[in-house]
Ligand binder design. Structure first.
Ligand code: CIR
Length: 274
């Protein structure tokens, strides 16, 4: 089996995961992204109690991967707050705090920044940059940054400014059919990604080995891979079986209620080395 990934931003072994509890208002999360969608405030058909149980099991799985899980309290004023990945980006000793792409979500950042500030130096991106953490995939010293509806060119420029002197290469990846880059590409192992075709420009990913997810399992392009173990979403039997066959220890997470809120696996945590 190939070496497992450690998408922590600095080669430090991942030690911690920040998560945020499911708010009572979760039914009012921004609905799943569809190209050309106009926003609706209609409630999504989410079972909040079921979501909380799924979230508990998700946290247990992160714990079983050896991570110390820091559970931040929910904020009922922010129905999407459990999608904590979007609120920050950890690279080396920095926690980069963006202005999130969805204006209604920006109030989620402060609590996450405070939690990360215990471990990292905070660096706030400046307007007009907007960025969601779900658009950033680190592989070694490369940061692939999705240019999506949420993450703009100014954010990419500011990441270049801050991280190039630290030895990072920033690659911009046009995203056109999904919410975030990591809805379609996540790291499986060194230089190897799970890949959903047709929704991101593959050119900037040149050189990476891709394991393409089959049509019935597109949501499985988003997984969490650490130390030889991989959390994959439920209802992705073919990907789960392929990964088991390759020697990964596969754990399946039922995240049905989070999918209804437009999120997948990585979006519910910020994993970093402290
Ligand atoms: C949103 O539209 O912002 C949320 N409903 C879903 C965010 C999912 N985040 C992620 O995949 N990183």
């Amino acid at each position: 089996m190939t070496a497992a990934s450690d998408d922590t931003g600095d080669g430090q072994a991942p030690t911690h995961a920040i998560v945020r509890e499911v708010p009572a208002s979760f039914q009012h999360a921004i609905p799943p992204y569809e190209p050309g969608q106009t926003k609706t405030s209609a409630a999504v058909d989410i079972d909040v109690e079921l979501a909380r149980g799924q979230h508990d099991r998700y946290c247990e799985m992160l714990g079983a991967m050896g991570l110390e899980v820091i559970r931040l309290a929910a904020d009922d004023l922010h129905p999407d707050c459990c999608f904590v990945e979007d609120a920050a980006l950890v690279v080396d000793d920095l926690a980069i705090i963006p202005l999130m792409g969805a204006p209604g979500r920006r109030g989620e950042s402060e609590v996450v920044a405070t939690a990360l500030g215990r471990f990292k130096k905070l660096h706030h991106l400046r307007p007009p940059a907007t960025l969601d953490g779900g658009d950033v995939l680190r592989i070694g010293r490369r940061l692939f940054v999705g240019r999506s509806h949420r993450t703009n060119a100014a954010a990419v420029e500011q990441l270049v400014e801050v991280l190039t002197p630290r030895g990072y290469e920033i690659r911009s990846v046009p995203v056109h059919g999904v919410l975030h880059l990591k809805s379609a590409v996540t790291l499986l192992a060194e230089e190897r990604v799970l890949f959903r075709p047709g929704v991101v420009d593959p050119a900037p990913l040149e050189g990476l080995q891709r394991l393409t997810v089959p049509p019935g399992e597109l949501h499985a392009a988003n997984c969490i891979s650490l130390g030889g173990a991989v959390i994959v979403p439920d209802r992705a039997p073919s990907i789960a079986s392929t990964l088991r066959g390759e020697g990964f220890e596969v754990r399946e997470a039922d995240m049905s209620e989070f999918r209804k809120g437009g999120g997948l696996l990585t979006c519910c945590s910020i994993i970093f080395g402290a």
